[in-house]
Ligand binder design. Structure first.
Ligand code: ARG
Length: 458
């Protein structure tokens, strides 16, 4: 039986019900819906809008319903229109008239705006904890491999020597920004909408501040139309999730590359890899690929939310029911991706020797060779750059490296060279010298990893 049966002569067609219903998505908010209703009922009682004794009865009844849902004694009816209707119907079944008083001075429009906030508040807390865990793993690995020389790339071409620890800490920085994006979105979401009613507030003398306090909100919404039709927080959270997925996807792309025979910089633990049904030699980084792949659906969630909202007149429109499927899918996907990614990184084997030998090829110390002529021999950088370019061409021709090119060959191109050049272009010297703030020197990596762990309070 529908809530609005007074106005209607016919029952809804089952096809209408199936299409209109949101219970399959919003039953996830059962606990938050009940917590919101308990606070609303307590406030109605405090304000004398309903009898104190009835308020208490309602609150106890709601608590019992929550316990029964959580224990499995009460199944959520899949035919109910939405979770709000189901809970109110169940309360009325149990309490009779008292149950019917719960919805005084409230609409499902302000109720759903509250429930989504309460649910996302918890989901974001869980995501923040997981992101912190991932940052912690990255910092620990960074400290362990603070001195592991690897080639740094631009255009996917070997460019200059860096350390593996430094590379990992780049991701820690991205994830720190993700954390602050969630914190920021949570601050703006910290607004309690109950009291907005369907759209025009209510004539009852509500104490909205009390409801907000009971539910742990620091502010109440200031405009009833905006109170029921604001979904900025859904889009903001979907964006925070999308940006985090971009970061995870880039990390996963590198993991896939690093696992390949062409790189062999890392090996994933068997427990976090998969095999092939036909090729016995294969060990595939499926998890990393899936994270990369799932980023697309999250961007779709964000785009869907923005598009759903952009043409809506004030205030509530049923289009907005689509908000939950999108934003919950986004937060669920990030959670799903982080869950195996954290132990996958924790258990990976880092093949330091392979990284170092990749760094020894490709002339990634050419800048350091030029810098030697500048710092030790006083040449202008542009001249030193040109001389080093000639040396590189010579090495390619002779199939040697800057490390193995004899001093006589150096001096034939530029007489200023001496033995010191070999020390200057040693990979370890190259990374140790990059001590500038933000640089890859091993001592920087250790210091930065501790700084980040300190920020996390770890
Ligand atoms: N299931 C609805 C939603 O998620 C709840 C609000 C319904 N309000 C309405 N006026 N039909 O948006």
């Amino acid at each position: 039986m529908k809530l609005w049966k007074g106005r209607f002569q016919k029952e809804a067609d089952p096809k209408t019900n199936d299409f209109n219903s949101s219970i399959s998505i919003d039953s996830r908010m059962a606990r938050q819906d009940i917590e919101g209703s308990i606070a609303h009922a307590a406030m109605l009682g405090e304000c004398g809008i309903i009898d104190k004794s009835e308020s208490e009865k309602i609150q106890a009844g709601l608590k019992a319903i929550l316990m029964d849902i959580e224990s499995g004694a009460l199944a959520i009816d899949p035919d109910a229109e939405d979770i709000h209707t189901f809970v109110e119907g169940e309360l009325t079944k149990r309490l009779g008239d008292a149950g019917k008083r719960l919805h005084t001075a409230r609409s499902r429009n302000d109720q759903v705006a509250l429930d989504v906030r309460l649910t996302l508040r918890e989901d974001c807390a869980g995501l923040k904890a997981q992101i912190k865990e991932l940052i912690t793993v990255l910092c620990k690995k960074a400290k362990q491999y603070a001195g592991a020389v690897m080639p740094g790339y631009t255009h996917l071409q070997r460019a200059q020597p860096i350390t593996f620890g430094h590379h990992l800490l780049a991701y820690a920085e991205m994830l720190l920004r993700d954390l602050s994006r969630f914190e920021d979105a949570l601050k703006r979401m910290d607004v309690m909408p109950l009291g907005s009613g369907a759209l025009a507030g209510t004539t009852y003398p509500l104490d909205r501040e009390l409801t907000a306090k009971l539910l742990g909100f620091s502010q109440v919404s200031q405009n009833s139309l905006d109170g029921v039709s604001d979904r900025d927080f859904c889009a903001e959270i979907a964006f925070a999730v999308s940006m985090a997925m971009v970061h995870l996807s880039r990390l996963c792309e590198e993991i896939v590359l690093w696992c390949s025979w062409e790189y062999k910089f890392i090996e994933l633990d068997d427990a976090f890899s998969t095999g092939s049904s036909i090729m016995p030699q294969k060990k595939n980084p499926d998890l990393a690929e899936l994270v990369r792949g799932k980023s697309g659906r999250v961007f779709g969630d964000l785009m869907g939310l923005l598009t759903m909202m952009k043409g809506l007149p004030l205030a509530y429109n049923k289009d907005m029911q689509e908000d939950k499927e999108a934003v919950f899918d986004a937060v669920d996907t990030l959670k799903l991706c982080l869950t195996p990614l954290i132990p996958m990184l924790e258990t990976m084997t880092v093949l330091e020797k392979n990284m170092r030998s990749a760094a020894a090829k490709g002339f990634i110390n050419a800048t350091d060779c030029a810098d030697f002529l500048v710092a030790e021999k006083g040449l202008p950088f542009r001249d030193a750059y040109k001389i080093t370019g000639e040396l590189v061409a010579l090495c390619i021709e002779k199939d040697v490296t800057l490390e193995t090119l004899p001093l006589t060959a150096y001096q034939a191109v530029c007489p200023a060279f001496d033995e010191g050049v070999y020390e200057a272009i040693s990979l370890e010297r190259c990374v140790e010298g990059r001590k500038v703030l933000g640089g890859p020197a091993p001592e920087n990596v250790r210091m930065q990893a501790d700084r980040v762990l300190g920020l996390l309070g770890a």
